[in-house]
Design a protein around this ligand. Structure first.
Ligand code: ADP
Length: 655
């Protein structure tokens, strides 16, 4: 993405609108719950009906003291305390034991069904099936797992029987438990599409992490390292949440057992990596947002969080009491820092912060349903289940663009700095040369003036005829010094004030004719022939500073006279075509050798350095400066012994 693209406010706002629209589309597409609510008080299974969402017809009982047995919850008073879930899948934010009760009538031709507890961090659960006809009880221990780690179990539901299912779950954190019931074929189909989704998602994540890491290796920009660690930690926490880590490692794997020993349970592992991911995210953001420049006040929150990060991690590792509150505080401060500092930085003109804003829109937009679901404010759906994953894809893409922009930026900064050094060196060199030239140009006439005055003071005898000549020379030299200083002043004035305030729009044909005529006498007084030719469109209109362009003409005409022999011709020409006017001043004088041509527009450059009396060496530099201020072009064609032609070109449209 071009660096100026989102620097433009309208484009930036357009991107924001597009992203919000994109997020809304994803919401519309994925959030409708796949499960239609029913009013029946039992689940009736039919052939090829797809997935039954148990939460629509189940009752929940919080067993705060973990005291009840199956027999207790089947009879009063516990049995009467069950509350209908009414489709909700989240029941509280505290750890504890919960009983779930649902009734199923199998009216299909199938007897083997799959029940899935869609929460991979459930600590422990027991399931009891009570067949109303036989009054037999089947316990979880004899239920076969349908899939190794996705908390999915085969249950046997005899046809036309009413079966009551009791599930006892132990959760360490928030009680989120979407339960699905489906036939084996539907289950396998769902599993397959989930594997494809995870395959694509984690494949992409791996690519992003590897890309960021390789960018770090090649460029040694630590922001890349932090971001790749952020991606890795976020993915591990998501893998635990999705049950994929358990799936990949195998429940008995040494690493998983080790992790469980360290963090107590799956939720502990999830938490540890999630907080680590926030920490790396924090380090990453502080690197790219350049808070010290754009939001210095936010640095305090950043430092507090930076100190808090390892503390929260240690607290979660050792399950300190109240660590959950510390973690929630940490997460909230992180969110405030992220939102306030990025939006403030955008306000202060940071381009990188704009990328951060663009990255957070899809992430927050798609993670929100999961959060709403946690608080029971949104029904279980694909979006609430995988919102974090969908959001993170968009976020990774935006941040990788932001980082490559930042890298490009720091490269350009370095190149610019290098170029500036070279320019500074050149300026220094030119200044030294200029000073040498100036001191030479002023010293030689001054020496003559000084010598002359001293001779007079000493009363040295001068022949009467020579006296006038002598005084004339002194006067000439003083005049020269005066003109030189005037020219120097004018040039430096032109160079300093780039703004051309005195612009006028004029009819070029009339104006140039008048100017040419005014030079006729100057040329003739110099003992030369004056010629002119004008073929300018009478309609041609041009916006110039007439005083400055007159100065250019005057400098060129004076040079033409100065470098011609008596009796020669000076030709002034003006023409217009294709929206441009071209003027040239031609003489048939001494001409300029080709080796001098590239330098004659430089300040204080003279072909013959000894002829200080003939000019300041600044006339052409002034002319060039003026023409360039008018966005025009000045150049020369010359041949030694034959003469020179000085051109300048201005655009009619120049304003
Ligand atoms: P100067 O005051 O010395 O004329 P300019 O900047 O006007 O300073 O010109 C720089 C040098 O370019 C002159 O010293 C001269 O050597 C050369 N030059 C300029 N105009 C002409 C011309 N029409 N014919 C030959 N040489 C010229």
């Amino acid at each position: 993405m071009n660096k100026t693209v989102i620097g433009d406010n309208r484009v930036f706002v357009l991107f924001i609108i597009l992203l919000i629209l994109g997020v809304s589309l994803v919401w519309m597409f994925f959030s409708p719950t796949q499960y239609a609510p029913t009013s029946a008080n039992e689940i009736q299974l039919h052939d090829r009906e797809g997935i039954y969402y148990v939460n629509n017809q189940m009752d929940v009982l919080a067993d705060g003291d973990d005291q009840w047995t199956l027999a207790d919850v089947q009879s009063p008073p516990a049995a009467g305390q069950f509350q209908p879930a009414s489709g909700k899948s989240a029941f509280g934010l505290t750890a504890g034991t919960y009983w779930i009760r649902t009734t199923v009538r199998n009216q299909s031709s199938l007897e083997q069904w799959v029940i899935r507890l869609n929460n991979s961090v459930i600590e422990k659960f027991d399931m009891y099936l009570i067949n109303e006809k036989s009054m037999g009880t089947e316990q979880s221990s004899i239920i076969e797992k349908a899939d190794e780690h996705f908390s999915s179990y085969y249950i046997h539901l005899p046809a036309e029987n009413l079966v009551t299912i009791y599930i006892r779950t132990v959760l360490n954190g928030s009680m989120i438990i979407p339960i699905e019931l489906m036939d084996n074929q539907t289950f396998l189909g769902k599993l397959k599409s989930e594997y494809i989704f995870f395959g694509i998602y984690y494949g992409f994540v791996l690519l992003m992490a590897a890309y960021m890491l390789s960018m770090y290796m090649f460029n040694r920009v630590t922001a890349y390292l932090y971001y790749s660690l952020y991606i890795v930690c976020f993915s591990i926490s998501q893998m635990v949440w999705n049950g994929l880590l358990q799936e990949l490692l195998g429940a008995d794997s040494r690493l998983l057992v080790f992790l469980l020993n360290c963090f107590g349970n799956y939720e502990g592992i999830d938490y540890f990596f999630f907080i680590s991911c926030l920490w790396f995210g924090l380090l990453f953001l502080s690197k790219i947002l350049q808070l010290e420049i754009y939001a210095p006040r936010m640095l305090i929150i950043y430092r507090i969080l930076n100190i808090m990060s390892p503390l929260v991690l240690i607290a979660s590792l050792f399950h300190f009491p109240g660590y959950a509150i510390l973690a929630i505080l940490y997460e909230s401060m992180f969110a405030i820092l992220l939102i306030v500092s990025t939006y403030w930085s955008v306000y202060r003109g940071s381009l990188v912060a704009r990328y951060v804003v663009l990255a957070t829109i899809p992430f927050l937009g798609l993670a929100t349903p999961t959060i709403l679901n946690t608080y029971s404010l949104m029904q279980e759906s694909f979006l609430t289940h995988y919102g974090f994953q969908l959001g993170s894809i968009a976020e990774y893409i935006m941040f990788s663009i932001a980082l490559s922009y930042q890298l490009g930026q720091s490269r350009t900064d370095k190149e610019n700095a290098l170029q500036q050094i070279i320019i500074n060196q050149n300026i220094q060199q030119t200044r030294n040369e200029l000073l040498q030239n100036i001191s030479h140009d002023i010293r030689s006439p001054l020496t003559i003036v000084q010598g002359g005055i001293r001779a007079m003071m000493l009363g040295i005898e001068i022949e009467p005829g020579q006296k006038d000549k002598f005084l004339n020379t002194i006067y000439d030299r003083i005049l020269y010094i005066n003109t030189f200083i005037d020219d120097l002043f004018e040039l430096s004035h032109l160079e300093q004030s780039r703004e051309n305030a005195a612009l006028e729009t004029i009819h070029f044909a009339d104006w140039i004719k008048h100017e040419f005529d005014s030079f006729a006498s100057t040329i003739q007084l110099a003992g030369l022939q004056y010629e002119s030719s004008i073929s300018v469109d009478p309609q041609a209109v041009i916006t110039i500073n007439p005083h400055e362009i007159r100065r250019v003409l005057s400098n060129l005409v004076h040079n033409a006279c100065k470098f011609s022999s008596i009796g020669g011709t000076v030709h002034l020409h003006a023409s217009s075509s294709n929206g441009e006017v071209v003027v040239y001043i031609e003489d048939r004088g001494v001409g300029i050798a080709s080796e001098h041509l590239p330098s004659i527009f430089n300040r204080a450059y003279k072909v013959d350095q000894t002829t200080s009396s003939n000019g300041s060496g600044l006339g052409l530099a002034i002319a060039k400066e003026i023409i360039e201020r008018h966005n025009g072009l000045i150049w020369v064609e010359s041949e030694p012994g034959k003469g020179s032609r000085f051109y300048f070109k201005l655009s009619e449209k120049y304003k």
